[in-house]
Design a protein around this ligand. Structure first.
Ligand SMILES: NC(=[NH2+])NCCC[C@H](N)C(=O)O
Length: 332
C-alpha cells in the first residue's frame, strides 16, 4: 500500500508537439489534442502534468515544410530544455517524427554541462536521410541524420552548434524498412542497429538490455524516441507508414522491467495518427500503456533503491551500537 502511494507522488511533465507537415500523410498534428483529452491517458497510474503544447508552424509539404519545421522545432527545444534543466521527468508527445530534432536538441543542450546524451531509437524506419538522399522529401524521414549533425544547417544548430547525439551513444531497435542512402550513413558512423530479425532471434529483453548499456555507458543520461510504427501493426494500427512484422508491444513493456531506467531523462512518443485508429482505440491505449509502464517502472526502481539505502543506513547504525558495546566489553 505504502509503495503505491509513493508512486503517485511523482509526476511526469508532458510537452506536446502538434506537428504533422513532416509526415507522409497529414494527421499526426491532431495526436496531442486527442491525447490531452484521452480517458486512457488520464487513467494511467503515474500522474502526468502538461507543461506546454507547441503548435506547428506550417509552411507547406515535403521540402516546403522546412521553414515551418525549423521554427516548430526551435520552440519545442526551448520547452524540453526547460523541463530537463529543472530536473524533472519528461515525456514528449508528437506529432510526426520530425519533432525529434527539437525534442533532443533541447535535452542535449540542457545536459551538455554534465555530459553527453544517450538515445535509443525504437522504430520500423531509420529516419536517417539527408536532404540529398531522401526519396520522399518528407522530413519525418530525416531526424536522425540531423541529430547526428548531418543535413540542413538550420536544423542541426538548434539551441547550440554541437551535434546532439554521438554515434557511440546511439542505437536503433526494430528497424525493418529503410533505403540505401540512410543505411550507408549510419553504417559509416558505426551506429549499432538492432534490426527486427535480431530482435526476433534474441528476444526484445536481451536487445533492450544491450541498448540501455550502449545509451548509458558514456552518457550522463539517456532518452527513448519511440515511433509507434516500431511495434507490430496489431498493437499500433494508427500510423502513416506501417511496416509489417514489428516489435510485440507487450513484450517490450515487460522487457523494461528488467533494465535499469535510473538514467532515463526523457521519452518521446510519435507518429500516432488518430484518424487511422480502430474502434477500440488500440493505438491511443498503447500510447497510454507505454507511458504508464515506463514511468511506473522507473519510479518503482527509484523507490526500491531509496528503500534499500535506508535499510543500509539503519544497519550502519546497528553496527555502530554493536561496535560500541564490544568496546565497552573490552574495557571491562
Ligand atoms: N517517421 C517515419 N514514419 N518515417 C518514415 C520514413 C519513410 C521513408 N524512409 C522516407 O524517408 O520517406
Amino acid at each position: 500500500m505504502k509503495r503505491t502511494l509513493i508512486l503517485f507522488q511523482k509526476a511526469v511533465r508532458a510537452v506536446g508537439c502538434a506537428n504533422g507537415q513532416g509526415g507522409k500523410h497529414l494527421g499526426c498534428e491532431s495526436a496531442v489534442s486527442i491525447l490531452r483529452n484521452s480517458p486512457h491517458l488520464k487513467n494511467v497510474k503515474v500522474p502526468i502534468e502538461w507543461s506546454a503544447v507547441v503548435e506547428e508552424v506550417a509552411t507547406g509539404r515535403q521540402w516546403n515544410a522546412l521553414q515551418g519545421v525549423t521554427q516548430t522545432n526551435r520552440r519545442l527545444a526551448r520547452e524540453t530544455r526547460k523541463v530537463i534543466e529543472s530536473g524533472e521527468d519528461l515525456v514528449v508527445f508528437g506529432g510526426d517524427h520530425s519533432c525529434a530534432i527539437g525534442t533532443w536538441s533541447g535535452i542535449a543542450a540542457a545536459l551538455r554541462p554534465r555530459g553527453e546524451l544517450g538515445l535509443i531509437w525504437v522504430d520500423a524506419h531509420m529516419d536517417a536521410h539527408t536532404p540529398e538522399s531522401t526519396p520522399s522529401g518528407n522530413i519525418h524521414g530525416m531526424p536522425v541524420s540531423h541529430l547526428l549533425g548531418f543535413g540542413e544547417k538550420n536544423l542541426i544548430q538548434i539551441e547550440d552548434q554541437m551535434p546532439k547525439i554521438f554515434p557511440h551513444n546511439f542505437c536503433m531497435v526494430g528497424i525493418r524498412s529503410y533505403e540505401e542512402g540512410e543505411q550507408e550513413l549510419l553504417e559509416k558512423l558505426g551506429v549499432r542497429i538492432f534490426y527486427m530479425h535480431e530482435v526476433e532471434r534474441r528476444g526484445i529483453t536481451d536487445v533492450m538490455q544491450e541498448a540501455v548499456y550502449i545509451a548509458t555507458r558514456n552518457s550522463c543520461g539517456f532518452g527513448m524516441s519511440i515511433d509507434i510504427d516500431g511495434f507490430d501493426v496489431s498493437f499500433a494500427p494508427a500510423v502513416g507508414t506501417p511496416a509489417e512484422g514489428g516489435i510485440n508491444a507487450e513484450q517490450f513493456m515487460k522487457a523494461l522491467l528488467t533494465v535499469d531506467l535510473s538514467k532515463l531523462v526523457a521519452t518521446e512518443i510519435v507518429e500516432f495518427l488518430p484518424r487511422f485508429d480502430d474502434q477500440n482505440k488500440t493505438s491511443e491505449r498503447l500510447v497510454a500503456s507505454l507511458v504508464e509502464s515506463i514511468y511506473a517502472t522507473k519510479f518503482f526502481q527509484q523507490n526500491s533503491a531509496a528503500h534499500i539505502k535506508q535499510q543500509v543506513q539503519i544497519s550502519d547504525k546497528a553496527a555502530e551500537v554493536i561496535e560500541s558495546r564490544q568496546k565497552q566489553q573490552q574495557t571491562v
